[in-house]
Every structure is written in C-alpha cells, then in structure tokens.
Design a protein around this ligand. Sequence first.
Ligand code: 5AD
Ligand code: SF4
Length: 479
Amino acid sequence: MKTNIINKPDMKLAANRQKDATVFSYLNLDKFDAIKSLVKGLKYFIKTYGCQANVRDEETMRGLLENAGYLPTENVENADLIIINTCAVRENAEDKVYGEIGNIKYLRKHNKNLILAICGCMVEEPEILQRLLDVYKEVNLFFGTHEISELYSLLYTCLTKQERVIAVESKPGEVIEGLPVCRNNSFKAFVNVMYGCDKFCTYCIVPYTRGKERSRRFVDVIRECQTLVDSGYQEITLLGQNVNAYGKDLNEGKDFADLLEEVAKLGIPRLRFTTSHPWDFSSKMIDVIAKYDNIMKFIHLPVQSGNDEILRKMGRRYNREQYLALVKEMRRKIPSLTLSTDIIVGFPNESEEEFLDTVSLVDEVKYEAAFTFIYSPRKGTPAARLKDNVPYEVKSQRFIELVKHLEKHIEEYSNSLLGKVYPVLVDGPSKNNPDLLSGYTESNKIVHFKGSKDLIGKIINVRINESHTYSLLGEIVDE
Ligand code: 5AD
Ligand code: SF4
C-alpha cells in the first residue's frame, strides 16, 4: 500500500514556544458532504487510553463521526472504523496499546475496507510512531492530537484511495471552537478550558504531544457550561493540563479564579477542575473554592517529590516549603478540603535520603487520595538523557514503601467517614457487583450501596457503614 505522509512529528518543533497569540480556528468541513454518502450506516469503535483530555477527545471524535453518519458499535469485530486513542505518559500505558493492536490487527484480513487508525499522544513521539509504522502494517491511518478537526478529510483519503495516511504535525496548536460532541455520560461532563502545557517538567512528554498552553475564550467556556446546566447535568469538570494557567495567553483580563467563579454561579450542582500545578495556584483561587458550596472541596495537587533537589531536577518551579505553605493555606481556608496528589518514585539518581523526604512529606500532608508512579523514561525528554544509578528493584521497593504510608492516611480518612451521611452522585451499577450501585461523594470517594437504577444521575444521601481503603459501603437514607 502506498504511504501518504502529510506530516511526521518532530520533537524540536513540538518543543517550540514562541510568544505568539493563541490562534482560533475552525473545523475542516472540506470533505464533509463527500464522506456522508460514503459512510452512511458504517460502524465505528473507539478505544481510549490515558487521561481525561483523551476521554474528551474521544467525545469530539464521536460527535464528528456520528454527524457524518457513522453509527457506534460496542463490538470491535463489527466495526468499519477502529480508532485507538493512545497515551504516552508512561511505558506501561504504551505497552497496553501494543497489546490492543496485536489483538485486533487480524480484523483487516476479514475486512479489506476496514480503517484501522491510531491517534493520540503515542503517535506524536517520532520513535514510537516509527515503531508503529514498522511493526503494524495493518494500521492505515495515523493522526496526532492536533488533527482531530481534520478527521473528515483524513477519512476521505482512506475511503477513496488505497493509501496509508500519516498526519502528525508538531506545532504549538490552535483552539478550535464549534466542534460537535457526543458525550459519554448524560449527567457528568468534561469541559476543556485550555489545551497543552508549557511547564516542561523534565520527565514529561505531554508538552511535546499536546502543544503550547492555549486557553479557550471565557464566553465559549461559559456557553458550553450553560448548555450543560440547561440540559440537567449534575457535574462539570473543567479540564486542562494545568488549569491555573488559564487566560494567561489571552488579553481578556480573566484568570482561572474568575472562570471558576462564573461557572459556579451558573448553578451546576457539582463543579470540579483538574489538573492544578502548585506553582501558579493563586490565593484568589483558594478563596473562590472556599466561597461556593457547589465547588467540590477536593483538589488534585501533584507534588511529584518531597525533596528540593529532585524537584529542581524535575523542573517543578517550587520547593517543598512552598508546596507545604500552599497546602497549609488551602487547609486553613477550606476546613473540609480533601487533597489528592501524583508522586513519581525513582527519578534518575534519586538517593534514599531524597526518597525519604517524599515519605515525610506524605506523612505531613496526609493526603486523602494519591496516584503513585515509578519513573518511566520518555524518549526526547531531558530526564531520559540522564544516566540513572538506581536499580529497578530499589525503585519497586520504594514504591511499595511509599504506598504503605499513603494507604495509612487514606484509610484513616475513610474510617473518619463511618456512621456519617454524605451526598453521593449515583454513577451506575457497581463494576464488581451489579446488584449494587456506585457513586461519588463530594470528596471523590467511591461508595457502593443498594438502590434502584432510577437513581442513576441523581444526588442522594448515603450513610457510610463500612470503609475499605479505596472504597466505602453504605446505605441510602431519606434526609
Ligand atoms: N514517569 C512516571 N510518571 C510520570 N508522570 C508523567 N510523566 C511521567 C514519567 N515519565 C506522572 C506525573 C503526572 C501524572 C499524570 O503522570 O506524576 O502528574
Ligand atoms: Fe507534564 Fe509537568 Fe505539564 Fe503536568 S505540568 S503535563 S507533569 S509537563
């Protein structure tokens, strides 16, 4: 099959950050009418890995596909278009994708017209893309995070020519408004407030895969949130790699605190946001969170390490003392606050003492939730070029040790909820036991309880009867 290279990624271009104004752009409708007649009634299947940004991208792709006439299918074997939406943040996320493609590539033998596509963060990394191109000859479309709005013309090429299409342009990126959306959930929604990341933490691939920090206009975010409120949504999560940077690239005189306040005033029952970099988390933001009952008192505040030297090598822009001061201010102004974090153990050459600083920080902050990762070198990032003297077994041991400390605090927090009643937004049947329902407290704890399926999408009161470290068991009460 002929290869049609529209663009290939380049890490140097991907790292380019000129102080250009944010560019606003539109959906490429070039081939929209042409593909409508070609795809009517065809079925698509999307499998998404990784973070909420990818989940939200899937919703946009579903919107685009369904507008053109594609129908969704849950059965990958029936699909005429399969899209694997990938994550490159750690090697294990990458390995899952290799496994998935391995499992489905045979489908092209049965259906020569099948379009098998890979998109998302993995294809943005030149060496990963090359490996995918070399090993998975069955895959006939590769597109990057910046090409979602080009989907119609890319599909048109695949549908009309026997070509393998590669469209991955490394660029700062635009803000594209007016994209259709087909949401995965009818009562909880993600709303992008900004895209990309300019922090360039030395271990992280995201600034290369998702481009420069760029904000949506204030009115566009508010309009999307208002539509959700009007259609009865119960929860909105404002999304960005670092929402605190919202507005810095626009000349609107608005920051994230202003945006959060304005969305809270729309009256959505539950408002969340993620993720926040500690470096530009302002006091103004803390005050807004404290002021509005419908802003959930739950903050995800990745610390990554508790040691100043490691934080410096990670390029995190804060030290331990500054992070702890921020936590102190948050806990003082928001007494019911629950805090969650991300931590990386085994950054190159991390010493035992440096690791123990992370343990002591965990014991000081007493997080209510946490995600812990073993450092995974990402090609093209500065940290991946460092020689590392820490054996993997040592990193694993440290990981186990750290999780022990985190779990002690998480368990204490879970136990403190026993016997009390909390509002829970009912999510759906419990994943492990279909006889139970599951939902989340305002503090983002999952609770399982008995109840009617009619309650899905509603906020109800639940008394907590049993606590397990990561989940709770309860019963509905009429209060
Ligand atoms: N190795 C391990 N963890 C990583 N993260 C980001 N990059 C890496 C990496 N190379 C973690 C950080 C980040 C979270 C989303 O993923 O903790 O906050
Ligand atoms: Fe990666 Fe750091 Fe940006 Fe988060 S803030 S996406 S860890 S570079």
